[in-house]
Write a protein that binds this ligand. Structure first.
Ligand SMILES: NC(=O)c1ccc[n+]([C@@H]2O[C@H](COP(=O)([O-])OP(=O)(O)OC[C@H]3O[C@@H](n4cnc5c(N)ncnc54)[C@H](OP(=O)(O)O)[C@@H]3O)[C@@H](O)[C@H]2O)c1
Length: 326
């Protein structure tokens, strides 16, 4: 079969499309013909050696995807040849071969059926970002109806968090550097948008909120914007740290946490066990249905265009970037 192979860590430029042996079908696994795979920034981080996982080389990246069941391993029930299945975040593309390949063997406990009414494209790109957004929204316990600020809101996690938070009844403030994407975010559930590249963004957010402040911030970006974000937090404010697309936070003064009793919590979608992930996925689907939301696909590339797909992701998508594998 054909796959995008990573021979050594260092860069996504080390990826090459080549012939590789068929995946082995072990007990407990299901073999999928991959139809669509979705990209995540963590694929690039893994290739760069900037991610904790150290899979055996050569490795096939790709954590998300949807496919057709080709074969079912020993001990697996509930799946038939010809079914469509989507992958829930687990070892696929991290510790074992991923979805940037024509076929992939997946542990059956990391699979779910395509939700009714969803396209295959929508099903291919949803689980990782919605599970991440769910953990970011719920890790501090029940919030009540709150003001939720989301940085990098146009990206995969940002769109998922915007949709889930608005469906939960929160008042969503979404940050994007693009006017066009900000307008789109307002149609997806954001009550207010601001441009973090505009030095007056904090004033604009505080003017919009009036006597209120941000109760929960979901930060996908890090960098210098992290400290700026603290200025709009309210008393007992909480910050879910998801990503660091803008790099490390420079000169962070911990005193900025004291007086409003701010709390910072890391998010790690990989910390969900398979059982937890499946349970959270069901809650995500119920919440999305309540808000009439669906995953948002920004762009679809042909299988041999993976490098161009990574460029689109790095430029800042509006939703998810996909590979059409078949
Ligand atoms: N902790 C976890 O478990 C977990 C899980 C999933 C993802 N992540 C991480 O979370 C982050 C976001 O993931 P994602 O999938 O949402 O990424 P994404 O789809 O690439 O989107 C991120 C958005 O952030 C903005 N952005 C990108 N680079 C930026 C920069 N240098 N400065 C300011 N804004 C920038 C862009 O929005 P605008 O152009 O509209 O401003 C872009 O659309 C990544 O670091 C990812 O690795 C962590």
């Amino acid at each position: 079969m054909k796959a995008w192979l990573l021979d050594k860590l260092g860069s996504i430029e080390n990826l090459r499309l080549t012939d590789v042996p068929e995946p082995e079908l072990n007990s407990g696994d299901v073999l999928l013909e991959v139809l669509y795979a979705a990209l995540n920034p963590a694929d690039r981080y893994l290739a760069e050696g900037a991610y904790p996982a150290r899979p055996p080389m050569p490795h096939i990246l790709g954590r998300d995807g949807v496919g057709t069941v080709l074969a079912v391993g020993a001990g697996v029930s509930g799946w038939q040849v010809g079914d469509h299945a989507l992958i829930i975040r687990g070892p696929i593309g991290v510790d074992r071969a991923g979805t940037f390949a024509q076929r992939v063997a997946v542990p059956a406990n990391c699979l779910a059926h395509v939700p009714a009414g969803w396209t295959l494209q929508q099903a291919s790109c949803a689980t990782l970002v919605y599970l991440t957004a769910w953990q970011a929204l719920t890790q501090f316990g029940s919030l009540g109806r709150s003001v939720v600020l989301i940085t990098g809101a146009s990206g995969g996690v940002g769109v998922a968090a915007t949709q889930l938070a608005s469906a939960m009844g929160h008042h969503v403030v979404a940050l994007s550097r693009s006017q066009h994407k900000a307008a789109r975010l307002r149609t997806l559930g954001a009550a207010f948008t601001a441009n973090p590249a505009d030095p007056t963004w904090r004033k604009a957010v505080l003017a919009h909120l009036g006597s209120r402040h941000v109760d929960l911030a979901i930060d996908n970006i890090g960098g210098a914007g992290f400290s700026e974000m603290l200025h709009v937090m309210g008393m007992w404010g909480k910050i879910s740290v998801v990503g660091r697309l803008a790099g490390p936070v420079p000169e962070f003064n911990t005193a900025s946490l004291f007086f409003r009793r701010l709390r910072i919590g890391g998010v790690a979608v990989g910390s969900y066990t398979s059982d937890e992930a499946r349970q959270v996925w069901r809650q995500v689907l119920e919440t999305l249905a309540a808000g009439s939301h669906r995953p948002l696909v920004d762009a679809e590339f042909l299988f041999d265009q993976l490098p161009a797909a990574f460029e689109t992701l790095a430029a800042g998508p509006m939703g998810k970037v996909l590979l059409r594998v078949k």
